[in-house]
Design a protein around this ligand. Structure first.
Ligand code: ADP
Ligand code: ZN
Length: 432
């Protein structure tokens, strides 16, 4: 760990040298060992020895989600399958799942990366961590499991679901670190309160949350309920799983393990590489992935790179919190909006809970109508029709003035929208 941690504190010149070496290594490995990338390079008329620095690297074509879907299941392999010891697949939130295969070395590197992310969030070997991510094809459960073990923490591999038992064991085992999606952390708190517990008395101190966006409002609620310090971390199956970036205790964005991955931000339309600070689509290249390497992978996640110094002293750039996936962008009557922007408006109303869903009524691929179902808090709910109507009017007004959006609103009674033990599905498409 000691040596690993130093990698977060490299001077800029050292970082550049190290990353240049990283991309060259990734390119050479992919070209020499992956039939898929050999073809990509040949089609582009590129040779690995033409790529020796960051500007050269921009000639390498992007790899897209659809490329990996087309390669289903093993078309991205760069080693014989007998060297692959584990398979994972993406959750399929936005389409057909994508498969990733890991060699023994990949699993070892992955555990080391996740251990660093957890340590950065403040987790110590003396902590007891309950993993409430699903164990299975989803990378979250196994990823955090081996990372936390590598760090030396005590792992309680609960997996997702069975909320009441989760709560009981959390108390019995003196668990102090919770690993889950932010929505499940909230849901568990709701159930705990319903069962007559005081979540704050559970003694949780740190939350490691990921797998889906966590708005400020959600984070505040989670912290208020549990009395823990909530940290978020980021990852995706196609690149490795969790263990790409995460917050340090300062919580100023998610530090990227820049000695393991090369991050770029591009304009999703033109593919042009954008400078630090400008928002666009995150593109990632892992340096050492043996099994299923990817080069310049377009994550679809919208964020920006933050290069201003962090008070923690780490010199790695941070990723800002993900504002959405490019596939989730809603274009309605000429207005482009991300669900997170609607969420931000809703968060301004104390009567509204963090639970909402967007129903896109589509005709011939176009969104004709957007319906927002908004769950009210018990305090915000009222039996008076007039009061509810007034609240609806205020929300509509705020959406219109901040987002130029006039969706249909439906206020829902408390606890009526479906809860999830994994990733929340915020968008439902209804073909008219
Ligand atoms: P799927 O795309 O099917 O959900 P994964 O299970 O691999 O596949 O999940 C990776 C995706 O989850 C990321 O591309 C991103 O959209 C989302 N995600 C993961 N961590 C975070 C986070 N901290 N904040 C926002 N989104 C996240
Ligand atoms: Zn920091």
């Amino acid at each position: 760990m000691q040596e690993d941690t130093q990698k977060d504190f490299l001077e800029p010149a050292e970082r550049t040298t190290q990353q240049t070496r990283g991309i060259m290594q990734a390119v050479r490995h992919a070209y020499q060992n992956s039939p898929y990338y050999r073809k990509v390079f040949d089609n582009a008329g590129l040779k690995p020895d033409q790529i020796n620095n960051f500007p050269d690297f921009q000639q390498v074509p992007f790899t897209r989600k659809d490329d990996l879907r087309d390669a289903y299941p093993y078309g991205m392999a760069a080693v014989p399958m007998e060297r692959i010891v584990r398979i994972h697949a993406s959750s399929g939130t936005t389409g057909k799942p994508i498969v990733a295969g890991y060699t023994k070395q990949d699993l070892d590197d992955w555990a080391a990366a996740v251990a660093r992310i957890c340590a950065m969030a403040g987790v110590k070997a003396s902590d007891i961590a309950q993993i409430s991510f699903g164990y299975g094809l989803f990378t979250g459960g196994f990823g955090l499991h081996y990372g936390l073990e590598r760090l030396g923490a005590t792992v309680v591999p609960f997996s997702s679901g069975n909320t009441e038992r989760q709560l009981a064991l959390m108390q019995d085992f003196n668990t102090n670190v919770l690993v889950s999606t932010p929505s499940f952390a909230l849901y568990m708190a709701e159930i705990a309160i319903e069962l007559g517990f005081k979540p704050r008395e559970f003694g949780l101190t740190i939350g490691l949350f990921g797998g889906e966006p966590c708005s400020d409002a959600m984070r505040e609620d989670i912290e208020k309920f549990w009395g823990l310090k909530a940290t978020v971390n980021y990852g995706l199956t196609e690149v490795v799983g969790p263990g790409i970036s995460g917050e340090c205790e300062e919580r100023t964005g998610m530090h990227i393990l820049e000695d393991v991955y090369f991050p770029e931000i591009i304009d999703p339309e033109s593919g042009e590489v954008l400078p630090d600070g400008v928002t666009g689509e995150l593109v990632l290249t892992p340096f050492h992935k043996e099994g299923f390497p990817v080069l310049r992978y377009r994550t679809g996640d919208i964020t920006r790179l933050i290069s201003e110094p962090c008070p923690c002293g780490r010199t790695t750039r941070r990723m800002d919190y993900i504002t959405g996936r490019s596939d989730d962008m809603i274009i309605i009557k000429g207005v482009n909006v991300f669900p997170s922007q609607i969420e931000e408006v809703l968060a301004g109303f104390s009567e509204v809970s963090p639970h909402y869903i967007l129903i896109l009524h589509k005709q011939k691929g176009f969104i004709k109508d957007l319906e927002v179902q908004i769950e009210l808090t018990p305090e915000g709910f009222s039996d008076s029709f007039r009061q509810l109507e007034a609240l609806e009017g205020r929300i509509r007004q705020r959406l219109r003035s901040t987002l130029s959006l006039a969706p249909r609103l439906k206020l829902m009674e408390p606890r009526t929208l479906e809860r999830t033990t994994g990733k929340t599905k915020r968008i439902i498409v209804n073909e008219l």
